[in-house]
Design a protein around this ligand. Structure first.
Ligand code: SF4
Length: 376
């Protein structure tokens, strides 16, 4: 995608999972061919900014070579599966969906779909655990929750806006969830639309003709999800850190890669954070210091956690104001009481990447930020 500061290359990370070596590869690619700025997106992906037109193919090849993208864009678009950042390591979740995430991606990539999926088609898995992701927009939300010693699933189809269907599926095998997901993807591809725009009869067919039954929406992950989290292994802990505005430079990426090598893995979160999974408790201080060295905050009361912004005038031709400078000001002025409402600064009315639970301030024609209710 071409933007005001050059080409932007997006890497879809199923479940936010990324290996330390891949973080190093992103750092090298952004340093060599980009502006040295990598952003965490609202779907827990990464995007590399400011690549010159003549270097796009080289940078894209480097990312494909590192296993961060499918060389075929139509297939790469099918890899959009969001999962909780701690899944598989979280003692509070109903079940792990780490394996299911991989199986879903493989099935979507292998499926014989009747056409391309919409660029923002996505599946969201939530496990009612410590850090929830159910508020991330998508075409299908599948939520695992504990029920009488088993795991029960509920689903919402087209949950980016008003869901077309939302109800209890009951206990399901992974194969059944994969069938439902691929069926929905095939119908979206056939109609050339997102799930929210499918005809009601099609949605009814996907949901097994169960009547529309609203169930409680999962809430967004807490803005202050940073810091240490219990691990399924008592001698380990996971640590989440947040870089300011979800932006990282090459040095920060490399330090995070080093931190990841001290644990059992790394995940990027839809709230602009990075989780280091399964660190031995005696390495916690060391890993926390690495996160701080990478520019990440692990303090839940830090004002940065309640503020987000789109690229604004710094990186987007539509930006009417310097959203990044304004967000810095908001973060520095936040009262340190841990109860601040989340604020998102948007450079125009498109509101790219705005979290669902944030108060959105939109730059008007004069570059002043106005509340969402007054914005166009
Ligand atoms: S919200 Fe507007 S200014 Fe911000 S990134 Fe999107 S198009 Fe650009």
């Amino acid at each position: 995608m071409e933007t005001a500061d050059g080409w932007l290359l997006r890497m879809r990370l199923p479940g936010g999972t990324i290996a330390p070596d891949q973080f190093d590869a992103v750092a090298d690619t952004s340093e060599r061919w980009g502006r040295g700025i990598v952003e965490i997106t609202a779907r827990g992906n990464l995007q590399l900014r400011g690549v010159a037109a003549e270097a796009v193919a080289l940078a894209a090849d480097a990312l494909v070579h590192a296993g961060l993208a499918d060389p075929e864009p139509v297939l790469d678009a099918r890899r959009a599966v969001v999962a909780p950042p701690l899944t598989g390591h979280d003692p509070a979740e109903a079940r792990s969906v780490a394996g299911l995430t991989e199986v879903l991606v493989d099935a979507l990539v292998a499926a014989a779909l009747p056409g391309p999926l919409a660029p923002k088609f996505g599946v969201v898995l939530d496990t009612t655990g410590s850090i929830r992701v159910g508020a991330v927009p998508g075409d299908l939300l599948l939520v695992a929750r504990p029920a009488a010693g088993a795991t029960e699933w509920w689903a919402a189809i087209g949950h980016g806006g008003q869901p077309g269907w939302s109800g209890v599926l009951g206990p399901c095998t992974d194969a059944e969830l994969v069938r439902l997901t691929v069926d929905l993807a095939a119908r979206c591809a056939a109609h050339g639309c997102r799930a929210a725009d499918l005809p009601p009869a099609t949605v009814a067919a996907v949901s097994g003709h169960r009547p529309y039954a609203p169930v409680g929406r999962a809430t967004s992950p807490a803005a202050a999800s940073v810091g240490p989290w219990d691990h399924v292994a008592p001698d380990r802990v996971s640590v989440v850190g947040a870089p300011p505005l979800g932006r990282l430079g090459p040095d920060g990426l490399r330090r995070l890669a080093g931190a990841g090598r001290r644990g059992l893995g790394l995940r990027v979160t839809p709230t602009g954070c990075v989780a280091v999974l399964g660190v031995r408790r005696h390495d916690l201080d060391l890993v926390t210091a690495e996160l701080h060295g990478a520019g990440c905050s692990t303090d839940p009361l830090d004002g940065w956690h309640a503020v987000s912004a789109c690229a604004g005038a710094d990186g987007c031709a539509s930006g009417r104001a310097d959203t990044l400078a304004a967000a810095t000001l908001v973060a520095r002025c936040s009262a340190p009481d841990g109860r601040r409402p989340r604020v998102h600064l948007s450079g125009c009315e498109k509101r790219c990447g705005a979290p669902g639970d944030a108060r959105i301030l939109v730059a008007d024609e004069a570059g002043r930020f106005v509340g969402d209710e007054e914005a166009p």
